[in-house]
Every structure is written in structure tokens, then in C-alpha cells.
Write a protein that binds this ligand. Structure first.
Ligand code: NCD
Length: 328
């Protein structure tokens, strides 16, 4: 059990004038490099606190509404765990079909309802732009937990935090990051690419089937920053130079034509054989769930960082909740 003296060691005070107090987290475009260092600093502290005391009272009495219009295991449960480890509580709405959404309630009305009861709202929704609509309707902070094929900012933050913690702080500069799989519909790679573009000497490789290429809009943003980026159909050529291999699932639910999905599913499979040509000091990441694109035979390889990546997500989400509630 946490004690007052343990939580008194925290470097965070309650501060309604804090920079992040009451802010929404909608897109990675809102962050500066300085913000990232701050968030990862707080997340690192959170990691230490969880390892030392497990649960503590930083957000005691605060309530999170966890509103998910799309399936989720990791994002939903890590936000719940984050809130509860900070001593707060959660209103879970995972099955919107049992809520008034099924009666035709609009997103802004649902958001206005939940903010009567909660201090912060986490939203996952199938439509791009929905998080911004919700944030406009709400006075309380809204955190985007994935808006369709748009963005997934908290995932991208935890992805970069994973690279920091796994490959050494500050080590994102100078790295070659290869993204593999469904780069068209995968919102995690849209956010991650944008965040990576804040670092120096970064090189980005995109490996995907022809119909699942990184959207032009995202590539144009990266090109404006003069960051080298290149597209490929196969992994072989770029794997040996890769420091971070970011594997994604083909997003079956977002295809208009199921035949297209059938043609590209299983296009790439990471296994111990293919990984022989990769560096010894590199990591393989995946936002998960995986549906065959990383063989379970690779799971015991020290470079397989995808299970550890989930745990880093807890610390980043703890940091974000504390920040928007004025406690960090
Ligand atoms: C991702 C998502 O929902 O975008 N999952 C997650 O949040 N960890 C990736 C996916 O569904 O493929």
C-alpha cells in the first residue's frame, strides 16, 4: 500500500497553472521536442514509482471516462490501469451498443454527458477527426485513443518512449526506422512518422504492398522537414541498416473490398530466419494485436520489444493523465 511519505517523494505538485493542465491530446502535431523530453521524463518517474510502490495517490478522487467505440485491449486497459495506479477511478464504456449511442445520441452529446461525471475523457472512435470534434464539445480534457485512420498520439508517444528506454535516452537521433505492413490504414504509423520527424538525422523506410503505402499527406509533411524517406515493396534491402523495425497489422476492418484484404494479408512475416540479416543491437516493435506478421518463434529473441512496449504504454499514459489533470 502506498503511504503519504512515499507519494510525498514525487516531484509533482498540484498546479492549475501547469502548462498541460486542462489540455486535450488530439494529434502529435501539438508536441514540440521539448514537450517530448518532458513527457518521457514524467513517464520515467512513473515507471520508478510503479516499480517501487505499485499504486499511489496522485490522482485520488479523479475520474476518467474511458469511451471506446472501437475494439481495444491494450489502449483501453492501460488507460484504466494508469488511472487506478494513480489512485483515480474509471467509468468504462467499452460497449457503446449498451449506451445511449445505440439510441442515436451524437458524439458531442455523449461527451457533454460524460464530462458531467468525469474529469478527463479518453476516446476511441472510427472516424478521423472525431477526437477534435469531442474536444470542441468538452470543457474537460479529451485524449485521442485512435480516431479511425487518423492518429493515435498516445501510442506514438509510447513507441518513442520504448525506443528511449530500450536503446538508450536520446538515441532516437541518428536512427534508421523501418515501418512495415499496412501504412495506409495504420493510424499508429501516421502518428509515429510525424513524431519521429522531430528528431535529427533520422532516416525513414516504408515497406508495404503497393495498395497500402504511406499516405501522400504524411510523406509531404516529412519531406518539408528534409528527412530522408524511401518506399519499398520488400524488406530484405533495408533490414540490415534498420535500428527500429516497426511492424503493423493489415487493418482488415478498414478495407472497402474484402478481396483486396485477401490479396495483401500475410504479405510479410518476421521470423528468426529473416532476422538473421538484421543488426544484433536493434529492436522489433509492434503496436499489437498481431495477426501472423510476427512469428511466435521470434518472441524469445532479445530484440523482440513488442511485449515490453505495452508496459511502457502504462507509464506514458500515467504521465499524460497526471499532466492534463494538473499534477505533473
Ligand atoms: C492499434 C490501433 O488500435 O490502432 N492498436 C493499439 O492501439 N495498440 C493497432 C491495430 O489495431 O492494429
Amino acid at each position: 500500500m502506498p503511504t503519504n511519505s512515499q507519494s510525498a517523494h514525487l516531484p509533482f505538485g498540484e498546479n492549475k497553472n501547469a502548462e498541460w493542465y486542462g489540455k486535450d491530446i488530439i494529434s502529435v502535431k501539438q508536441f514540440s521536442r521539448k514537450d517530448l523530453e518532458y513527457i518521457f521524463g514524467v513517464a520515467h518517474e512513473m515507471r520508478g514509482m510503479v516499480e517501487r510502490v505499485g499504486t499511489f495517490d496522485l490522482l485520488k478522487g479523479k475520474i476518467l471516462a474511458n469511451l471506446f467505440y472501437e475494439p481495444s485491449t491494450r489502449t483501453s486497459s492501460s488507460f484504466t490501469a494508469a488511472m487506478e495506479r494513480l489512485g483515480g477511478s474509471v467509468i468504462p464504456i467499452n460497449e457503446v451498443k449498451y449506451s445511449s449511442v445505440s439510441k442515436g445520441e451524437s458524439l458531442p452529446d455523449t461527451i457533454r454527458t460524460l464530462e458531467c461525471y468525469a474529469d478527463v475523457i479518453v476516446l476511441r472512435h472510427p472516424e478521423t477527426g472525431s477526437a477534435a470534434i469531442a474536444a470542441k464539445a468538452a470543457k474537460k480534457p479529451v485524449i485521442n485513443a485512435g480516431d479511425g485512420v487518423g492518429e493515435h498520439p498516445t501510442q506514438a508517444l509510447l513507441d518513442i518512449f520504448t525506443i528511449y528506454e530500450e536503446l538508450g535516452a536520446g538515441q532516437v537521433d541518428g536512427m534508421t526506422v523501418t515501418m512495415l505492413g499496412d501504412l495506409k490504414y495504420g493510424r499508429t504509423v501516421h502518428s509515429l512518422t510525424r513524431l519521429l520527424s522531430m528528431f535529427t538525422n533520422i532516416k525513414l523506410n516504408y515497406v508495404s504492398p503497393e495498395i497500402l503505402k504511406m499516405p501522400k499527406e504524411v510523406m509531404d509533411e516529412i519531406a518539408e522537414k528534409n528527412i530522408p524517406q524511401a518506399e519499398f515493396n520488400t524488406l530484405e534491402k533495408v533490414l540490415p541498416e534498420t535500428d527500429v523495425l516497426y511492424v503493423t497489422r493489415v487493418q482488415k476492418e478498414r478495407f472497402e473490398d474484402p478481396a483486396d484484404y485477401e490479396n495483401v494479408k500475410g504479405a510479410y512475416v518476421i521470423d528468426p530466419e529473416i532476422m538473421k540479416s538484421a543488426k544484433k543491437e536493434m529492436i522489433v516493435m509492434h503496436p499489437l494485436p498481431r495477426v501472423g506478421e510476427i512469428s511466435t518463434d521470434f518472441d524469445d529473441d532479445p530484440r523482440a520489444a513488442y511485449f515490453r512496449q505495452m508496459e511502457y504504454g502504462l507509464y506514458v499514459r500515467m504521465a499524460l493523465l497526471a499532466m492534463v489533470l494538473g499534477k505533473a
